[in-house]
Design a protein around this ligand. Structure first.
Ligand SMILES: C[S@@+](CC[C@H](N)C(=O)[O-])C[C@H]1O[C@@H](n2cnc3c(N)ncnc32)[C@H](O)[C@@H]1O
Length: 209
């Protein structure tokens, strides 16, 4: 099944499934982005709007991109604030967003489904203002190395989605190649004190002049 179709089928249970990765990402996003100021946000793979909801506390405008109509339909039902717009878009194509629109580009649990990180960093660079921030929070590659991937339960059993492994060096190298500076990197664990393999990794990059 294509990634788009899989998310269309997962959409109605996405917010309510037992999903440690989704829940930890929500905490990580708040903890990291509480420390930064921003007005215009471009949210990549916004899904059902889990993070859009919190971003609204700080943002003046949010544009959420996603290629799953069913995930977007749920986001649109939940979030009717006039500051938010959702656009059906494939992130692997050119993004139909005004250049230098955003102070902040965010991507949570989405780049696992994208093969070409260079394209994503290149587009993010174009859509950010100078000194704009790119926040990424993804399944940690260490988890990917031991077989973790996005999956959900359907009437046909467990559906595993198509994923691509991105090593930590892949994020750093693609960021550097596209003129981003690394501001911070964090690993997120299921338990405190830190135990076992970290579930998530987050980065904040800054667009250079
Ligand atoms: C695991 S969900 C994450 C949703 C949300 N960011 C969150 O944290 O709950 C991944 C989202 O990325 C979207 N996605 C995956 N590949 C995409 C692509 N090539 N273009 C646009 N959206 C994509 C899916 O449709 C899905 O809504």
């Amino acid at each position: 099944m294509s990634i788009e179709k899989a998310y269309n089928s997962w959409a109605d249970q996405y917010d309510t499934n037992n999903n440690k990765t989704r829940d930890l990402d929500a905490l990580a996003t708040i903890e990291v982005l509480s420390n930064y100021g921003f007005k215009n946000v471009l949210e990549l793979g916004c899904g059902t709007g889990k993070n859009t909801h919190w971003l609204l506390n700080k943002a003046e405008r949010i544009l959420g991109l996603d290629f799953s109509s069913e995930m977007l339909n749920i986001a649109k039902e939940k979030i009717t604030d006039g500051k938010v717009e959702f656009q059906k878009a494939d992130l692997n194509q050119e993004w139909k967003v005004e250049n230098q629109f955003a102070d902040l580009v965010t991507s949570s649990l989405t780049l696992e489904h994208i093969h070409d990180l260079n394209h994503i960093f290149g587009q993010a660079f174009n859509k950010l203002k100078v000194n704009g921030l790119f926040f990424i929070c993804e399944l940690h590659p260490f988890k990917q190395y031991v077989g973790s991937k996005a999956k959900y339960e359907s009437e046909n059993g467990i559906e595993e989605l198509t994923v691509f492994t991105h090593h930590i060096s892949d994020y750093i190298e693609n960021a550097e190649r596209n003129n981003f500076e690394l501001l911070e990197i964090k690993e997120w664990f299921d338990e405190k004190p830190k135990k076992d393999i970290p579930r998530l990794i987050s980065f904040v990059f800054k667009k250079k002049n």
